[in-house]
Design a protein around this ligand. Structure first.
Ligand SMILES: O=C(O)[C@H]1NCC[C@@H]1O
Length: 363
């Protein structure tokens, strides 16, 4: 027997997102938080199948489209990253909206289609600008974002003591200045950036426990942002976000590998804006143009402030563009010896994970 999975591949300002439609029958839960937990508990094989080789690649993310749990919303989403299922992602939300609007899976109106998206960390209002059926820009009102710590000093192997911000922008991030790590935020330094990002994330996970006040399942620093100034006129700052290449074993530095977000990262930009606001360096309604490693930009603005748990929080909106790159029907044949795909150290840098896959297959 074979299983078939339909997907629309999209990129948002360079970052690929595989939009999975029609897989929702497998996901149970009365709220999006319960559905995220259900995905983590039962759907990891699907995530691995679609993101790993031979169907995926290290830089790939995905997004599962679900019916909304809250009836005011148009659809729900759960994000698939190489590091696991996540509650929210800016690039993946832009990919999802671009795919659903351009295929008219939802009622579309021009010049603007307004939608509400349900996530495990809250509702997100979306405005998609549409011209002749093409989505030309997506702006979303992200969930409340906040700084947990500013200039907290982490002890890092290889880099010494480095001040970081721990922030939430839809996921928890550790964010550090490129100058403090002695690296340039340019494409030729990609390997150095991913190494520094992976070390920072491992150190933050070991030294700085986090938990979201409204969702105790969001309890991990998932991503690293390294940031610095931009030389581009009109751009407020530059950044590179590092995603883990798979499940990380904190006790085994061989698994501390990563890939760069190809976009300027919506959740990371929201967290960065929260830190800048907390320092008094970014006001409400001031555009913040954030450039990623490919030179593409997301534009953020703070639409106000709020309180979340004990944290002073900001309400960021993020705007960017997405492009459909393909329509796929993935197949899993019952006799395929790699039902969860595989990783190999040549591309993924994770010798240990690859070995674990091979043992799984033999068992
Ligand atoms: O835009 C974002 O928020 C993200 N891009 C890939 C990793 C993050 O989820």
């Amino acid at each position: 027997m074979t299983s078939r999975i339909h997907a629309i591949d999209v990129h948002a300002e360079g970052e690929p997102g595989r939009v999975l439609i029609g897989s929702h029958l497998h996901v149970k839960g009365a709220t999006m938080a319960e559905r995220l937990r259900h995905c983590r508990e039962t759907l990891d094989p699907l995530r691995r199948l679609l993101l790993r080789e031979p169907r995926g690649y290290p830089g790939l993310c995905g997004v599962l489209i679900l019916p909304p749990a809250d009836p005011v919303a148009d659809f729900g989403l759960v994000v698939l990253e190489q590091g696991g299922f996540k509650p929210m992602s800016g690039s993946n939300l832009i990919c999802a909206v671009t795919a659903l609007v351009e295929t008219q899976a939802l009622p579309v109106s021009e010049p603007v289609t307004e939608l509400v998206v349900d996530t495990a960390v809250g509702l997100v209002s979306v405005r998609a600008e549409v011209a002749d059926g093409k989505v030309t820009r997506v702006t979303f009102d992200n969930v409340a974002s906040f700084a947990v710590a500013l200039d907290h000093v982490l002890e890092l192997p290889e880099y010494g003591r480095v001040p970081v911000d721990i922030v939430f922008g839809g996921q928890f991030f550790v964010q550090a200045r490129a100058a403090d790590l002695g690296i340039e935020l340019d494409a030729p330094a990609a390997k150095q950036i991913t190494r520094a990002g992976a070390v920072l994330r491992a150190a933050a996970q070991q030294q700085f426990p986090v938990v979201h006040p409204n969702n105790p399942d969001i309890d991990q620093v998932s991503l690293t942002m390294i940031h610095g100034p931009s030389a581009t006129p009109g751009v407020s700052g530059r950044n590179a976000v590092v995603l883990p290449n798979g499940e990380v074993d904190l006790a085994d530095p061989a698994t501390w590998t990563g890939s760069l977000d190809r976009s300027p990262c919506g959740t990371g930009t929201s967290g960065r804006m929260a830190a800048l606001h907390a320092r008094g360096e970014l006001g409400v309604n001031v555009p913040f143009v954030h450039e990623g490693i490919l030179g593409t930009t997301f534009t953020g603005t703070l639409r106000g402030t709020t309180q979340i748990g004990g944290y002073q929080a900001v309400l960021p909106s993020i705007s960017g563009r997405g492009w459909i790159t393909g329509f796929s029907q993935f197949v899993l044949d019952d006799s395929d010896p790699f039902p969860q795909g595989y990783v190999l150290g040549d591309l993924w840098g994770q010798a240990r994970t690859a070995a674990a896959d091979l043992i799984e297959l033999e068992g």
